[in-house]
Design a protein. Sequence first.
Length: 145
Amino acid sequence: MASPKDMRSKVYASYFKCDLCKHVSEISPITSRFPKVKASDSRHYDYKRFQPGQPQYGNINFTIIDHDESRKEIKAWMKDCYEGKDARKDITIEVLNQAGDTVRTFNLIDTFPVALDYVDVGSGGDSGTVGKIRLEVRVNRIDMA
């Protein structure tokens, strides 16, 4: 059996904080690619060498519980972007351990919305059903701390 000290050092993926809005329930994986770039040596022009290039980040999906407050925030951000305003945001995601301490911080820099989907879970018309919003965000740069 693991001691309580060992349990506090483990990271549980379901514990996180996100400053996009209060009702974020799920975040897709954060992906990055480093394409290979051909590098040449001036002395050996026949020898092909590759090195990693600039990182390219994939889009990130946020699943948000449909709430009046969060819906207004997301719609206002989408409207600003579609009107041509420079409405890029910096989003911070903090991954927490079971004790609630911050283990890792991801700073998503210069993000803007790409797609917005409304997902209705349980279309039977019950008042107890919870709708979800899926927001796809394009990331320009990621800093990890």
